[in-house]
Design a binder for this molecule. Structure first.
Ligand SMILES: *Cc1c(COP(=O)(O)O)cnc(C)c1O
Length: 352
């Protein structure tokens, strides 16, 4: 193979188990698997997340629900983004739980449910400061009250998304306080109330009224607050990204290797200063321009290097490890973006 990622499914399962074990037993673990499980092969990942204790799944759209449903029949699947008007009738077929934030959605889902003779579970999405999606918090209590009166939809949850839990603790705590105040006006004993994402579970206690967490990035072994491996509380990086030495050339006292992955394999064209790969357990700086099918590294530090040697962009080799956070920094991206940016051309290898 010229380039491949390795998905360590055992670590994925261990991470899920470690996450689940962090919370009191009543807290539901909403496992976020949108975007092909952040590029980790959703179909394979789902089974491991189930074994690790996931109670519920969350995706971005109905198309992703349909993929989850091919594998998991009996767990709720929450759709985090608004569902397009013409697609709404499909929630019954797919068994999806929509997130709603407008009266228009409430009316429409209520009448669709009535037409099929069902009561549909929905979660209400509250905007506590992100300023993008959800019912604005100042109108949220009134909105919830009105939605509670509908006969054919059931408010099964109330939630909000944190805009900057990885960078701004004060602002995050303010968002948490806003949602807490809103839900205090209601009997939420048979609802899920959730706001935590991966970054927030580090510093925002999971305590009533909150009884569920939505975890994405951390499951894949990356702490968005940038801790090193030891600080992740038993969580380990799941994804590795590798290629091979395709050629070796010597000139001017330097040994340069070409590597069998370029920007068509997701290696970004603009690596920053300080970026390196691992070859034979040593750091070799990226040099020159990344081309469509290859890129280059200075391998002068190696006594010996051969065509076919393994090259690590992300992952472990010998005693060295390249953290996905470092890789994403070198490529001027956030870790979420680096994870999903490895294209189909790159083979996916499952490590059991
Ligand atoms: C993607 C997403 C999450 C997961 O966030 P992580 O930071 O990856 O844990 C949680 N909630 C919502 C609404 C999301 O869209």
């Amino acid at each position: 193979m010229r380039s491949w990622t390795e998905i360590n499914l055992r670590r994925l399962e261990d991470n899920a188990r470690a996450i689940k074990a962090r919370f009191p037993s009543g807290v539901k673990y909403i496992c976020v698997v949108k975007a092909d499980a952040y590029g980790h092969c959703m179909p394979q990942a789902l089974g491991r997340f189930l074994r690790g204790g996931a109670d519920m799944f969350a995706v971005a759209n109905l198309h992703e629900v349909s993929r989850v449903r091919e594998i998991i029949a009996d767990k709720p699947v929450l759709v985090l983004s608004p569902i397009l008007y013409d697609e709404r009738h499909l929630v019954f077929e797919y068994g999806a739980t929509p997130a709603i934030s407008t009266m228009e959605e409430a009316h429409h889902f209520d009448s669709l449910s009535a037409a099929v003779g069902k009561v549909l579970d929905v979660h209400i999405k509250v905007d506590t400061g992100m300023g993008r999606v959800g019912v604005w918090h100042e109108h949220a209590a009134e909105f919830i009250e009105r939605v509670l009166k509908f006969k054919n939809i059931r408010v099964a949850g109330i939630f909000s998304h944190l805009s900057s839990a990885d960078t701004d603790e004060q602002y995050t705590l303010r968002q948490v306080g806003i949602l807490r105040d809103i839900v205090s006006k209601f009997d939420t004993s048979d609802m899920l109330v959730h706001i935590h994402n991966s970054a927030a579970i580090d510093f925002v206690p999971v305590e009533p009224p909150f009884n569920a967490v939505r975890v994405g990035l951390l499951q894949y072994g990356i702490n968005p607050r940038g801790y090193d491996t030891d600080g992740r509380g038993g969580i380990r990086q799941v994804l590795s990204f590798k290629a091979r030495v395709a050629g070796v050339s010597q000139s001017g006292g330097h040994k340069t290797v070409s590597i069998s992955a370029g920007y068509a394999d997701g290696v970004p064209a603009g690596f920053s200063e300080g970026a390196y790969v691992l070859i034979r357990g040593k750091r070799c700086p990226i040099v020159g321009r990344v081309s469509l099918d290859e890129c280059f590294a200075d391998a002068s530090a190696l006594d010996e290097v051969r065509v076919g040697d393994e090259v690590v962009f992300i992952g472990e080799q010998g005693d060295e490890e390249i953290d996905l956070c470092d890789y994403s920094n070198w490529t001027h991206r956030i870790p979420w973006e680096a994870m999903v940016a490895i294209p189909k051309r790159v083979a996916r290898v499952m490590i059991r």
